[in-house]
Design a protein around this ligand. Structure first.
Ligand code: SF4
Ligand code: SF4
Length: 351
């Protein structure tokens, strides 16, 4: 039987370029301390794009209404690098090992490299989650030397991507992938599935590999009901995904159970907030997650562990996210379920 740390390293963390004792740190913290698996730090809410599905735009349904309410308070306040260092110390002390830098567009934060570098030097694994439009040959090395891994969001090919984001964004994001790969950096694609792009993922996968993308992960769209694929579309996607994953498992890194859960998401509601992830706002507030943010405290003035002990956020109106699946709930509450899922895949026999 495979060792669980080995499985997590090879199947989940290796594609993100997580190495050596950092792997043990992340996994052991998660399994033994019950520290959340990862923290998304929103270093800024500013952005250079205007995406159709952006939560800041405020379509009229509860997910967005909550986000808008959150944004209306101190939306533009941002703490400086030295305050971020204190937040990072707080995260580290409480067992966090994996930090995702996001926004807005995180590269608009002037001192983001300084903050990432501090986190990395503190032993945290740092991932940059970006729209890719601000990376080119001139700063790719700066990105690769301050982040362990980068994920660029994609929404299809060419004009399909631009339909979801902004004109010209596809070309820039594709060039960013190429610039990063030339530095030897691990850059992956986060492909957000909508009913407009779900049939394009194979074409994009070929394009992504040509641009040096080293893996692709899929996420269902959250914020725009008109763009949510139907169950039939998800089923068809799942079938195609499984075929491609068999041919190239190191590129299509998502597990079958995760992809399969996209259909169930439409009727189930189970939330991994606080256990799987927490989030930090640009002004240092602790949030339940970055998708349906409810304020839980302030990491400049409160210890993370203490703040989480007393946390009881009302998330009843959240309509769900890609982490919102029965499988992930199992995974969070009982790490042994990880075994079951992996072993099922490992020993699955074809009919
Ligand atoms: S890149 Fe992100 S923050 Fe910027 S507009 Fe698009 S969805 Fe919104
Ligand atoms: S299901 Fe939980 S983690 Fe997901 S968006 Fe809702 S509150 Fe956040």
């Amino acid at each position: 039987m495979k060792d669980i740390f080995e499985i997590l390293k090879q199947e989940i963390l290796f594609p993100l370029n997580v190495k050596g004792n950092i792997v043990s740190g992340i996994v052991k913290s998660y399994l033994s301390n019950h520290a959340p698996f990862f923290v998304t730090v929103m270093v800024t809410h500013r952005c250079n794009l205007s995406c159709r599905i952006c939560p800041y735009k405020g379509n009229d349904f509860p997910m967005n209404r909550n986000f808008q309410a959150y944004c209306s308070s101190n939306m533009h306040d941002e703490i400086d690098a030295s305050s971020w260092f204190r937040v990072i110390d707080n995260l580290k002390k409480n067992g966090i090992r994996l930090v995702v830098f996001t926004g807005g567009e995180p590269l608009l934060k002037e001192d983001v490299f300084q903050i990432a570098s501090y986190a990395r030097d503190s032993g945290l694994f740092t991932i940059l989650s970006t729209n890719g439009t601000l990376i080119d040959d001139s700063n790719a090395r700066l990105v690769s030397s301050n982040f362990d891994s980068t994920t660029i969001s994609f929404y299809g090919m060419d004009e399909t991507h631009d339909f979801h984001t902004s004109e010209g964004a596809f070309e820039k994001a594709s060039k960013a992938a190429l610039s990063l790969s030339k530095t030897g950096h691990s850059a992956g694609a986060a492909y957000i599935l909508t009913n407009r792009n779900i049939k394009e993922f194979e074409k994009f996968s070929v394009h992504g590999r040509e641009k040096g993308i080293s893996y692709i992960r899929f996420h269902p769209v959250h914020y725009d009901k008109e763009l949510i694929p139907s169950r039939e579309e998800y089923q068809e996607f799942y079938n195609r995904f499984m075929l491609l994953k068999k041919q190239n498992p190191s590129f299509f890194v998502d597990h079958a159970f995760f992809i399969e859960s996209f259909q169930k998401r439409l009727c189930e509601h189970v939330c991994p907030s606080l256990k799987m992830q927490i989030s930090v706002s640009p002004d240092g507030r602790l949030l339940s997650c970055c998708t349906y943010p409810v304020e839980l405290g302030n990491l400049l003035t409160q210890d993370l562990g203490e703040a989480l002990k007393n946390a009881d956020p009302d998330l009843s109106e959240c309509e769900g996210c890609c982490l919102n699946t029965q499988q992930y709930f199992d995974l969070i509450n009982n790490p042994l379920v990880i075994f079951q899922h992996y072993l099922k895949e490992e020993f699955r026999t074809e009919p």
